[in-house]
Every structure is written in structure tokens, then in C-alpha cells.
Write a protein that binds this ligand. Sequence first.
Ligand SMILES: Nc1ncnc2c1ncn2[C@@H]1O[C@H](COP(=O)(O)OP(=O)(O)OP(=O)(O)O)[C@@H](O)[C@H]1O
Length: 581
Amino acid sequence: MQALKALLSYMKPYWLFAILGPFFMFVEVAMDLIQPTLMQHIIDDGIASNNTGYTVKMGLFMVGAAIIGLAGGLGCSVYSTRAAVHFATDMRKDVFQRIELFSSRNIDAFGTGKLITIVTNDISSLQRAVMMTLKIFVRGPLLFVGSIIIVFFTARELFPILAAVVPVLILVIILFTKKSGALFKKVQEAIDKVNTRLQENLAGMRVVKAFGRQAFEKQKFANANNELTKVNISAEQLIALLMPILLFLVNMGIIAALWMGVIKVDNGSIQVGVILAFINYLNIILNGLMSSSNVLMQITRAFPSAERVQEVLAMELDIEEPSDPYDPRKIAGDVEFRHVSYSYSKNGEYVLKDISFQVKNGQTLGIIGSTGSGKSTLAKLIPRLYDVDKGNVLIDGKNIKTYKLQTLRETIGVVSQKGILFSGSIEENLHYGKENAALEDLKQAAENACAREFIEKLDEGYNHLLTQGATNLSGGQKQRLSLARAFIRKPSILILDDSTSAVDAVSESAIQKALKQEYAESTKIIVSSKISSIKEADQIIVLEDGEVAGKGTHQELLATNKIYQETFVTQGGVLGEYAKR
Ligand SMILES: Nc1ncnc2c1ncn2[C@@H]1O[C@H](COP(=O)(O)OP(=O)(O)OP(=O)(O)O)[C@@H](O)[C@H]1O
């Protein structure tokens, strides 16, 4: 409820539409309510008394009321739709912008499947709830209350039937609405699971196929889908049950009205038209209650959606802009870690423990270590993809948490392990690194990343279109483009996280040469499990289980560090006179 209230602020800019919608609905309902009374007059005062002039006049009133009602209905639809659609569009925009500010830890907390369901399903469910509220919420109670008042004044003899039937109708609706709310929460959770499965399978389709695991994945998807089917059936069945039960109750009311009416017509206390009008009003009451219950169910359905949307909007950002950010014109690129520790989960085990090192502007730092030793995590702390739990990371002697985030990230060029590219042309992907870069600069960056040759061999060259996930490129080509995208920035700090693992040895050596010559002023942090990628570095850190197990140049580590020596030998190196035994 709190969440829904908070989200209603999205309605503020559209308050006029939100008022006009129900206003037009009010007009439509008023016209609907007049019709049975007009009909009653036609029967009792026109037809029964053979007064043709009166009958025609009342008939024309009925047509007029129907036309005004139609205009009211159309006006209501137009304004309610506008209010609801704009409400949802603004919310979707804000949720997306909020997600853009999420740290990797924030994203991990939700999971991408759930975030997609929130942006699509949940916001659509809120849009439907708003639309129905504006269109029908006014209609339902108005029809209901209006009919009761009219019956009270025009067919008081039959009023006891209403007094008996209506409370039972209301009770049934309340019970159903309560039960359906809980069921729809389960439906949303089941949709999350289906979305997560689908997303994982689409992303990992090649792996699934390569390992021949289609049957396994099919089963996992079927399980999630069956769960969704089960809760969907329970929820829909419950709703489907409601209408027949309500109709049954109303029909009982109609039978009672006919029975009581016949007796009263016989003894002359009411006319036939009154009974017909009463039956009509009973149906209008049912219609009003059904509309109200539909809206209530939609709103109940929207409660969990509102909570989930609000959860995203109110999520405490893990990484926030400092209140008085430091925004220097130029960052030289000295990087220092002071006693840094980091854990992915609060109170969990540290994956980096008490890491300290310093690398000066223009120098190269190599980070080597076995799988899972924490190399990528260390690299992610520099552009603040995650924030340290203990200690500090400093750039140019200042804590990175004091820098303006945009400035900090613009000064760093990151090439991640996966080489993520976007659908669009190669040129657009390279411009991602620097929006206004000239084509010549793009070509130079591509050259430095050993990507120029393969790009220029393509028919459309730099206009060659990449598919989603760049599946139309090889792993090595993706890595080269990712490198070029970072190079184009000429960043003060270049972080290469295992970014040449799919590049052949000749190209790797050319890239290393370019790094030395073309990016001499950049501080280079190279993460790799291959000694060949880091052996030229000014300083190398050996990571083992999140701790610094050695520090020095290639020669120094070969002479003194056991882990480094073992890695060197495993990778085909001959220790010879290097090792001090
Ligand atoms: N998003 C995450 N959530 C939780 N734990 C994570 C996450 N990413 C990594 N880890 C864990 O943190 C530890 C360090 O991972 P990291 O990716 O930094 O290792 P790495 O040395 O780069 O490994 P590799 O050479 O295989 O890439 C591992 O134990 C890993 O399971």
C-alpha cells in the first residue's frame, strides 16, 4: 500500500487527465442510470395509457441519453488512457535510469531476470490498474450506489430484496479479492523464474548446444513454466468462479422480485414497469459490483508490482556520487591500493585481503594469479564498479570515493575479460570509447589493437554491423575491438583484464609494443594468468587466494617467488639460473 502511494506521485503531471477521465465516466453512468426509469415511464405511463405522444417523447429522451452516455464513455477512454500510459512511461524511464546507477552489487542483489520483469510486466500491471481505476472505479460504485438510491425511491416495495442480496454479493467479492491478491504475487514470482531461465538460455545458447544439454535446459525451463502454469490456473480459476456465483445470487434476487412483484401487482400496490425497472437496476448493481471487483483485483494485483518497482527506485545505491565531488581537469594516473579488502557479500568471506601497492603514472603493473585469486575483482575496484569494504584506493593521492564518478570513469579505459560489444556498426562501437573521435583516430586505435586489418577486410569495413552480443565476430576479433574502444580514449589509466586471452602470440606482442609506445603516458594495469602478457611490466603482483603472495619485476619474482616460478615452468619457461634456490 505504501509503495503504491509513493508511486502515485507519477500521476501528478497528468492530474487534469486523471480528473477528466472520471468526470466523463460520471456523465456516462448518469445516462445509464436514467435509462431504466425512462423505460418504466414508457411502460406504465405511455404504453399502458395508450399515450403515443408521451411514449415517443420518452423514447427520444432515451436516445438522447444514450448519445450523451456514448460521448462520456469515449471522453473517459481518451483521458484515462493518456493518464495511465504517461504514468507508466515516466515510471519506466525512472526505473531504467535508477538501474543505470546500480553498482554491480546492486544488480547482483536483484538478478537480471527480475529486473526485466519489473521494467516490463510490473509496470504494465500498474498501468492497467491506473487505467481501470480511472475508467471503472468511478463507474462501479456510482452505478451501484445510484441504483440503490433510485430503487429506494421508485420501487421501495421491492427494496428488501436488495437489502438481502447486496451484502452477500459484497462479502463474496471481498473474499475473492483477498485470495486473488496472494495468488497474483505468486504469479509474478513464477514469471521472474521463467524470464531468468529464458534469459540465461538465450545468452548461453551456444554452450547449451555445444554440451548437448538442450534436454536438460528444456526440463529446467519446463519446471519453471509448469510452476507458472499452476499458479496462473489457480489465480484465473478463482476469478472465473466469481462471475457464476454472483450471477446465481442476482438470479435468486430476480426470482424473488418476480414472485413478490406478481403478488403486489395483483393487489395493485405496484405497476409492471416498476418490476422491470427493478430487475434492470439489479443487473446494473451486479454490473457495478463486478466492475468494482475487477478494479479491486487489478489493484490487488498491482500491490506486489508496486512493491517491486518501489524496491528498485528506493534501492540504496551501493556506489554514490560524493556530495562535494572532486573534478580535476586532468588526472595523471598514479594508482595506489592501501590495505584494501573486499567481499562480494556483506559479512561474507573476503575475496581480497589487505592489498597494498603503488603504481606511478606511465608505469605498467602486471597482476597474475590462479583462477579465482581475485585479479578481476581488484581491477573492478578502480573504476568503482564495486566499492572497497576496508582500506582505500587512491588516484593521484586522492581517495577515488571523492572523485566525480563520471570524471573518474572517463579517465579509465577498461577492457573486460568478456569483450562486450553492442549491436550496431563497428564504428559506433568504437565511438563508445570517445563520442567525437575522428575516423582517423578510430583507425589508429584499431591499428594499435591489431584490429585494423580484419576490419578493413570486411565488405562494409567500419560500417560492418555487429549482431546482438557481436556473435558474428570471433572471440579474438571481439577482444581486439574492445581494446581499440579503450585505446581511443587515450585514458590516464588503462585496465586490461585478461583481454588478450583469445589473441594469437604475434598480435599480442604487437599490442604490447603499441602499449609501450603509443600509450606511454597511461598507467597500465594488466591482469592475466599468462606470464607472457605481463613479464615486461615495471612491477608484477602475484595474487593467491585474494592476498599478495609476491611483488617485484619478472626477474625478481623468477628469482624469489615460488608461485611465480611454478607458473613460469608450467607455461613452458625454463628456470635455469633464474631461481635462487
Ligand atoms: N559477482 C560475484 N559475486 C560473488 N562472488 C564473486 C563474484 N565475482 C567473483 N566472485 C568470487 O570472487 C573470487 C575472485 O573472483 P575473480 O573473478 O576476481 O577471480 P580472478 O582471479 O579474476 O579469476 P579468473 O582468472 O578465473 O578470471 C572468486 O572466488 C569468485 O567466485
